[in-house]
Design a protein around this ligand. Structure first.
Ligand SMILES: [Zn+2]
Length: 232
């Protein structure tokens, strides 16, 4: 999950839907959780559900962008975070979520050691958002519905990213590198691209620079560093 820095509130909101345009402008048209690019049906996501926290319904700090599948998986299940309470989950606008999750094949799993202080929060987050749903999951509750294409989209992005890596090996040039970045932006799935180019710091840096509002305080160059000293 790409860590992001939304920046300060662009205005006060009287209607939360008005935040969609500035969120898209700052973060790109990507779901903040599953990372896929969506031309339509991206919605303002209330991290702490507005049905439970009416005082946060218009708060910029409580907004992210979500696709319909992440949004409906999350629903209005209880979520807490400072300054209201301790974190119950991990979020791309607060933590270095690129450290927390691993993208293997088309599925997402926790990438932290079991004794890591953020391990259970990462597990809760995957569950909450349904990012562990994939075809063939032995748990019938963790299989995607027909309408949930997140898993298969990740599979496609992963194969495009892998193919791009091979192409770069065969014909490395600044033009090819730029073309791959353009492909990544047009497909979404930042974390998959970042993982695929794990051995290529130049490509990782290009990805960080190209995807808007990537949180710079999560990186030393392209090396991942914690953003919250207590968690991630
Ligand atoms: Zn999503």
């Amino acid at each position: 999950m790409r860590p992001v820095d939304k920046g300060p509130a662009p205005q006060q909101f009287t209607n939360y839907q008005d935040a969609c345009a500035p969120l898209e402008q700052r973060l790109g048209r990507y779901c903040s959780f599953c990372e896929r690019l969506l031309e339509t049906h991206l919605a303002v996501e209330h991290v702490m559900p507005k049905s439970r926290h009416k005082d946060l319904a218009l708060e910029w700090d409580n907004f992210l962008l979500a696709c319909v599948n992440c949004n409906s998986s999350k629903g209005s299940k209880p979520v807490l975070r400072p300054p209201h309470a301790k974190h119950t989950h991990l979020w791309p606008d607060e933590h270095n979520t690129l450290l927390a999750f691993k993208y293997i094949g088309g599925w997402v799993e926790v990438g932290l050691a079991r004794d890591h202080p953020a391990f259970s929060l990462a597990e809760e987050t995957v569950q909450l958002l349904g990012l562990d749903k994939y075809e063939g999951n032995p748990d019938p509750n963790r299989q995607p519905t027909e309408a949930d294409r997140r898993w298969s989209t990740r599979e496609i992005v992963r194969s495009v990213a892998e193919r791009s890596r091979q192409n770069l090996r065969n014909a490395d040039s600044p033009f090819m590198r730029d073309q791959i970045i353009q492909t990544a932006l047009a497909r979404g799935g930042f974390s998959i691209w970042f993982a695929t180019f794990a051995d290529d710091a130049d490509m990782q840096q290009r990805l960080l620079d190209a995807f808007p509002s990537s949180a710079k305080n999560c990186f030393d160059g392209v090396k991942l560093i914690p953003r919250d000293p207590l968690l991630l």
